[in-house]
Design a protein around this ligand. Structure first.
Ligand code: 13P
Length: 256
């Protein structure tokens, strides 16, 4: 099956940037520039306090809303946490899970991330499951083994019916916020490996439907080449998603 069965997704991970008012302003610009078409899926993922204002700013456009994290419990004594239902209440369609910054700074492991992936799916939220190797792991040739472990761990117990709701983001840790991008060939090799891991876990048809995004210093200058790769189905954009014009150039590269 060809790539055309998968719709590109360009998602902006705003990380811990922009308050509710600033977020609404950026979201309105994104909606005006990128939200009048439906060929490419576009999502913005602001910090929690900006979800409500951003939801309002993108109303009536084709832009989707995502969050950057959640807890797997529906409610309860989990001070500081936010549930999938709460995100749905704010009109979120996506939630980024297992980002390398969560793994590194908040000690999230595959089992913990897996509980969130399953809770997100149960609440009809599409998880964007992030995987990727560190520089040391790449240099010692462990990339595919690390990514395999993260994909299998993150998807444990996810049914075949639900797998096409999952988005996987390959984000080599050494390329995040560093200006260093994986070459299109390097990224494609890992994306193809991820698709075959999904095929082994489910089947070829399911694997052909799963979108695999690239993340790590994706920007207008390198987006077209990355997006042209057979198994790269979009981008998870950090820095370049904070400027509507740069973000739109990446969306345009996906439209081409
Ligand atoms: P940068 O695009 O800033 O490298 O961030 C990538 C990322 O972590 C997206 O989740």
């Amino acid at each position: 099956m060809s790539k055309s069965i998968r719709k590109y997704l360009i998602a902006g991970n705003w990380k811990m940037n922009l308050n509710a008012a600033e977020g609404a302003e950026l979201a309105a610009e994104v909606a005006a520039l990128s939200g009048q078409q439906n060929t490419v899926g576009v999502a913005v993922c602001p910090p929690f306090p900006a979800l409500a204002s951003v939801a309002k700013a993108i109303e009536g456009s084709s832009i989707s809303l995502g969050a950057q994290n959640m807890h797997y419990q529906p409610s309860g004594a989990y001070t500081g946490e936010v549930s999938a239902e709460m995100l749905r209440h704010h009109f979120c369609s996506y939630v980024i899970l297992g980002h390398s910054e969560r793994r590194e700074f908040f000690a999230e492991d595959d089992a913990f991330i897996n509980r969130k992936v399953k809770a997100a799916l149960e609440a009809n939220l599409r998880p964007i499951l992030c995987v990727g190797e560190t520089l040391a792991q790449r240099e010692s040739d462990e990339t595919i083994a690390v990514v395999k472990h993260q994909v299998e761990g993150g998807l444990a117990g996810v049914s075949k019916d639900a797998i096409d709701q999952v988005v996987i983001a390959y984000e080599p840790v050494w390329a995040i916020g560093t200006g260093k991008t994986a070459t299109p060939e390097m990224a494609q090799a890992v994306h193809a490996a991820i698709r075959s891991i999904v095929a082994d876990l489910y089947d070829a048809t399911s694997a052909a439907k799963v979108r695999i995004l690239y993340g790590g210093s994706m920007k207008p200058e390198n987006a077209a080449e990355l997006l042209a790769q057979a198994d790269i189905d979009g981008g998870l954009i950090g820095g370049a998603s904070l400027k509507a014009s740069a973000f739109h150039e990446i969306v345009t590269a996906a439209l081409a």
